[in-house]
Design a protein around this ligand. Structure first.
Ligand code: C5P
Length: 288
């Protein structure tokens, strides 16, 4: 029997760098949402523990000697005192190293899937320690709902449900190294955003708030990878686009639209050779 988990794309609707720890990691404030675009992780019974990667972005992961999915599985098995087993298949549909948390979301999906099939229930502090060891974005990806992210990624606070909105994701086919972007950031730190406690009535109201905020990694990322500026200009010029911004450390940028239909149309218009463009809505676990 095959069991499957979805690993949706993470989108940083704003991302303020609010400080730096003595160890060099940056303190962040971010409203994180998840898109309906997802990698798929499935498992079939096997006495050994293995991973096969398929899908349009599989080649981007071939060079990796030890995928985050396998590391997540081994860490869970070790913490719970079980032998890791199962033949995993990762259907890689999201671009790699692109600011939408692909690897982190895959690792989080592995933790959810393997806890289910191995029938283990790790305590919150155990799972939280594993997540933090795997990467700063893994805790929020395990949560997999819109959330306010703080600390270096380990603080996850619930937020009111986001209003229905359309989301376009565009990646220009250039991988970006996260440490290089953080290193290129200069100037004063930002303050945490002031967001309404009650959420927003519609996508337009949400965009109006978000327009006053920023992704502090966007300018340094454009400095390193100028095509990100072209992606943002194309998104901004698309009819119906309420806000265009880079996600995470890039290079994927998102556009906020009034509806999934408008976003899907915009993605079709933005598609060009070498670019990846997706349009839809926010992720909803309830539909799967
Ligand atoms: O934790 P993760 O592997 O995703 O982070 C990759 C790199 O990004 C880190 O080694 C660090 O250089 C940078 N980073 C940071 N502050 C964060 C998250 C990541 O400086 N909050």
């Amino acid at each position: 029997m095959t069991a499957t988990e979805l690993a949706p794309a993470k989108v940083n609707l704003h991302l303020h760098v609010v400080g730096r720890r003595p160890d060099g990691y940056h303190l962040l404030d971010s409203l994180v949402a998840f898109a309906d675009a997802a990698d798929r992780l499935s498992i079939e019974p096997s006495e050994t523990f293995s991973l096969r990667v398929t899908g349009p972005f599989a080649t981007g992961l071939m060079a990796e000697p030890d995928n985050l999915v396998l590391r997540a599985g081994r860490a869970l098995a070790e913490a719970m005192g079980v032998t890791p087993k199962g033949a995993l298949t990762l259907d890689k549909r999201l671009p790699v190293a692109s600011g939408i948390g692909g690897g982190s979301s895959d690792a989080a999906a592995a933790l959810r899937l393997l806890a289910r099939v191995w029938e283990v229930q790790p305590k919150p502090d155990v799972i939280s320690a594993i997540c933090q060891r795997l990467g700063a974005d893994v805790p929020v990806c395990l949560y997999r709902q819109a959330a306010r992210m703080g600390g270096i990624g380990e603080i996850i606070d619930p937020v009111p449900a986001l209003p229905p909105a359309g989301l376009v994701l565009v990646n220009p086919g250039v991988a970006v190294a996260t440490p290089a972007v953080f290193k290129a950031r200069t100037g004063a730190f930002s303050v945490a955003a002031d967001l309404p406690d009650t959420g927003w009535a519609d996508a337009g109201a949400m965009a109006a708030t978000l327009r006053r905020l920023s992704n502090d990694l966007q300018a340094p990322a454009i400095g390193l990878v100028p095509v990100i500026g072209d992606v943002l200009a194309r998104l901004q010029a698309t009819p119906g686009c309420l806000l265009a911004r880079m996600s995470g450390s890039g290079a994927t940028c998102f556009g906020l639209f009034g509806s999934s239909e408008a976003a899907a149309q915009a993605a079709r218009d933005l598609d060009q050779p070498g670019w990846w463009a997706w349009g839809g809505g926010f992720f909803s676990a309830a539909r799967f």
